[in-house]
Design a protein around this ligand. Structure first.
Ligand SMILES: Nc1ncnc2c1ncn2[C@@H]1O[C@H](COP(=O)(O)OP(=O)(O)OP(=O)(O)O)[C@@H](O)[C@H]1O
Ligand SMILES: [Mg+2]
Length: 448
């Protein structure tokens, strides 16, 4: 297909001579000034503009400024007379591809145009690839077709485009934030702001001011007034991460917001109203916290109008092959490594490992394997050593009878839970869903 060139020159003879010459190679159109040129460019067909710098009406530079605002601007080559090379250089700084001086050497011009077209092709290809990559690895892409994931995706599809408050619960690394992203970007608020805050990252009174903003002079250090996340999220979604760490005072203010949809900035008297959808997430057991008095019951019920539990990876082991392939491709692409796949033993290992750190841990493991790989096909020895050590068959179960496998898995799970909770036995027991005394017995039994 012939490429389209637009020749812009106020001098009729010049533009027509050029057009006649270039017509042998390209589809040519002409315009007498920048304004006329822009109208033609808006049609979307032009690949290159060949424009005179000096023109009455809209000159070349002004035209360049306008095309620069377009989503996919054509390449611009400037034609300049003697003594105006400086302006041509200025044009290049503004984004012109190159310039030619009058009288135009036609052979050189042809070469230059071909180079410009090649650059344009590469740029377009680059944009296309980037979009594809973005689609494939977008922050809302959820991998997994196990029944448990299918159920979650179905539930998300039903609730995403409503304004209901959603509580997302699950262990660390299971995709709670991913789900929050998914809900926002699949709702009619997608074009509005998506504001996140980690409630565990601020001390009490700072958190209040982060959430609700503050007025000037509200406290020492408040030299200017500041909007809080509630105001910033107006028209969009507010995601309160680690909601279990919300201190009592903030719990009260949040409850009031959920009941009345209003709040005040810290140190402020004006009552503010915003339109937001609230999502929250936690890896703690909020119900238990309610029973023990650490979390307000009335707030809990307001937050969990819809409740989504993200499964631990070990509860959906059938999704591991999909996740492994997805992240292998992803990391090979971003680190530019020619990885062809995994051999059977490595694959078996990854599929049977308990992954206490869930998808996040699996991702780090694969990234590490991809960047440190010595051959295109990854093998067991490419798996980080600390993981292999954790899973190695021990002397307690030398033969892999089904009892042996069960025992090995039990030992691995306990070791993993202890590792993840940094030897906090109460937390590890909770994570494993067993009593503290049982845990101590098993630690003894396995010599952990
Ligand atoms: N089903 C999934 N498909 C693809 N990627 C996933 C999936 N689940 C989680 N991930 C990825 O795993 C990583 C951890 O997920 P995320 O941050 O959402 O976990 P989290 O539950 O919020 O963890 P934490 O409690 O530690 O904050 C992210 O990079 C996320 O994109
Ligand atoms: Mg998170």
């Amino acid at each position: 297909m012939l490429k389209h060139i637009l020749i812009v020159d106020d001098d009729k003879l010049s533009r027509e001579t050029l057009a006649r010459f270039l017509a042998e190679h390209y589809q040519c159109q002409t315009a007498a000034d920048g304004r006329e040129a822009l109208q033609i460019v808006e049609g979307g067909e032009i690949d290159i503009i060949l424009a005179d710098l000096m023109m009455p009406g809209m000159n070349g530079l002004k035209m360049l400024e306008e095309t620069g605002k377009m989503a996919e601007p054509p390449m611009v080559v400037m034609i300049t007379g003697h003594g105006t090379v400086e302006s041509a250089v200025a044009a290049m700084k503004m984004g012109a591809y190159d310039y030619v001086t009058k009288p135009v050497n036609l052979d050189r011009l042809l070469l230059l145009l071909e180079k410009a077209l090649e650059t344009r092709r590469l740029r377009q290809e680059n944009i296309l690839l980037r979009n594809k990559l973005h689609e494939r690895y977008s922050p809302t892409r959820m991998i997994g077709d196990s029944p448990i994931m299918q159920k979650i995706v179905g539930q998300l599809a039903r609730i995403a485009d409503t304004s209901t408050t959603v509580l997302i619960e699950g262990e660390s690394g299971t995709g709670k934030e991913l789900i929050a992203n998914y809900i926002h970007f699949n709702s009619s608020r997608a074009s509005g702001p998506f504001i996140k805050i980690n409630c565990a990252a601020f001390v009490d009174n700072l958190l209040e001011s982060e959430l609700f903003g503050h007025e000037r002079g509200a406290f020492t250090g408040a030299v200017t007034a500041k909007k809080g996340r509630f105001e910033l999220a107006d028209g969009g979604t507010l995601f309160l991460d680690e909601i279990g760490d919300l201190p009592a005072t903030a719990q009260a203010s949040l409850l009031r917001f959920l009941q009345e949809k209003t709040f005040e900035r810290v140190g402020g008297t004006k009552t503010l109203k915003v339109d937001i959808r609230l999502l929250s997430a936690t890896n703690q057991n909020l119900e238990e916290m309610v029973t023990k008095g650490g979390f307000r019951e009335d707030l809990f019920y307001r937050l969990c109008v819809v409740r989504i539990k993200t499964p631990a990876l070990r509860q959906r082991q059938e999704d591991i092959p999909l996740l492994v392939d997805h992240f292998l491709n992803h990391y090979s692409e971003i680190h530019n490594r020619p990885i062809t796949g995994l051999n059977r033993t490595a694959r078996d290992f990854l599929e049977c490992h308990p992954w206490p750190g869930n998808v996040r841990e699996l991702m780090s493991c694969l990234e590490c394997m991809v960047v440190s790989a010595v051959r295109p096909q990854l093998a067991l020895e490419d798996i980080p050593e600390h993981l292999r050590r954790l899973s190695a068959p021990s002397e307690d179960c030398p033969s892999e009878t089904s009892d042996g496998i069960l025992a090995r898995n039990e030992k691995q799970l306990i070791a993993a839970a202890l590792q993840q909770t940094r030897m906090n036995k109460v937390a590890a027991a909770k994570m494993l869903g067993i009593g503290l005394r049982t845990l101590y017995r098993k630690i003894d039994k396995w010599g952990l």
